[in-house]
Design a protein around this ligand. Structure first.
Ligand SMILES: [Zn+2]
Length: 95
């Protein structure tokens, strides 16, 4: 059995999620720089690492992190969005 990579921030095993749209499926975690070295899980990446890179703290950092995490775990249906936009454009052209 392949050994799971541990998050270097929360120390939990890094779990890929089924809807991950990234090439590597999220199984190798994320770069936790500048918080620490190693790899980090999506939760720590969204709630701690990315806000820290943007110089954000407190409520604003948590709010941004929650939106990013929600979108990463359950990404929007981009094909549907594309189709809806085309439909809207076609409808406008008909008018
Ligand atoms: Zn973590």
């Amino acid at each position: 059995m392949e050994e799971k990579i541990e998050c270097s921030i929360c120390l939990k095993p890094i779990e890929p999620h089924p809807n991950d749209t990234r090439q590597w499926g999220g199984m190798y975690g994320n770069n936790p720089d500048p918080i620490t070295k190693g790899r980090c899980c999506d939760t720590c990446d969204c709630l701690i690492v990315i806000p820290a890179r943007l110089g954000m703290q407190g409520a604003a950092a948590i709010e941004l992190g929650q939106v990013m995490l929600t979108n990463r775990i359950n990404p929007p249906d981009f094909e549907k969005i594309k189709k809806d936009l085309i439909d809207i454009k076609l409808k406008k052209e008909e008018e």
